[in-house]
Design a protein around this ligand. Structure first.
Ligand SMILES: CC(C)(COP(=O)(O)OP(=O)(O)OC[C@H]1O[C@@H](n2cnc3c(N)ncnc32)[C@H](O)[C@@H]1OP(=O)(O)O)[C@@H](O)C(=O)NCCC(=O)NCCS
Length: 146
């Protein structure tokens, strides 16, 4: 297994993984395809050969890297794969001196638990932010306590 930049030939696997995890809320094929080729995005995957086990898509600005989407294939969840990708991203941010942020649905307890365990802190909440009425939690990785 290795963490690699996602290449255009991974697009089909990425779309399948995103759809199977996010259903109707998945990014469109076009959005995923654009993210792979746009340098403003950081798209990484944990690969087993060419098989995408887990992926992480983030967008970078001058001073921040914002995680936009992360998912692990259903058969491979709870094996520490998303943790590996987030730690990779924490390390990158440390090296380039950028903050690391994300937004998560308040009902997504699995994801929130994972982010909190890794050292993210909630800094803001946007009530009823999503179409289904759920709130958005804005979290930042806490570099200062490390
Ligand atoms: C959220 C998500 C990305 C986590 O991916 P994952 O690869 O299963 O994450 P990890 O395995 O690194 O961590 C998940 C849990 O497994 C635990 N874990 C890690 N390694 C483990 C191992 N070897 N054995 C058992 N459990 C383990 C972690 O401690 C973590 O537990 P926690 O929830 O108590 O913190 C995944 O559940 C998913 O794809 N969900 C659907 C999409 C989604 O909601 N994405 C986030 C919003 S954008």
């Amino acid at each position: 297994m290795q963490i690699r930049k996602i290449k255009p030939y991974h697009k089909k696997a990425l779309i399948e993984l995103s759809r199977s995890n996010f259903g109707d809320e998945s990014w469109t094929d076009e959005q995923l395809g654009n993210a792979i080729i746009n340098d403003d995005y950081i798209c990484i995957a944990l690969l087993d050969g060419d098989n995408v086990l887990s992926y992480l898509i983030a967008v970078q600005t001058v001073d921040d890297v914002n995680i936009l989407s992360i998912a692990t294939s259903k058969d491979n969840q709870n094996k520490g794969y998303a943790t590996m990708l987030i730690k990779w991203m924490i390390n990158l941010c440390q090296n380039v001196d950028k903050t690391l942020s994300l937004e998560v649905k308040s009902k997504n307890k699995t994801a929130i638990n994972l982010y909190t365990t890794l050292g993210f802190k909630k800094i803001h909440e946007r009530p009823r932010y999503y179409k289904d009425g759920d709130s958005a939690l804005i979290m930042f990785y806490n570099f200062t306590d490390k």
